[in-house]
Design a protein. Structure first.
Length: 95
């Protein structure tokens, strides 16, 4: 099973409702807007990801994940969309 980070950009002037539908769709597919990890002191915590960035796991290939997400968004949210999928081997977060 692979970990994936996905960035979705709804084109034009997306509404709040479109983003709420997107968030619900991604959650139903197992991709969340948070990631679990450790802070600089080693304390475990959940971090919020930037807007319209999702993290989750799938047994599907990276191309199949991209296609499934793209098709679902185009069918339920908006036709004009950019979906960027990265297979995650490791990550670090800073602010």
């Amino acid at each position: 099973m692979s970990a994936y980070a996905i960035r979705v950009e709804l084109r034009g002037n997306p509404t709040r409702e479109e983003y709420e539908t997107l968030h619900a769709l991604m959650s139903a597919k197992g991709f969340q807007q948070t990631i679990d990890g450790a802070d600089a002191r080693g304390s475990r915590q959940t971090f919020n990801l930037p807007h319209a960035v999702y993290y989750g796991f799938s047994t599907a290939s990276i191309g199949d994940v991209r296609d499934a997400i793209c098709n679902a968004i185009k069918a339920r949210v908006q036709k004009e969309v950019i979906v960027f999928v990265v297979e995650v081997m490791n990550w670090a977060l800073g602010w």
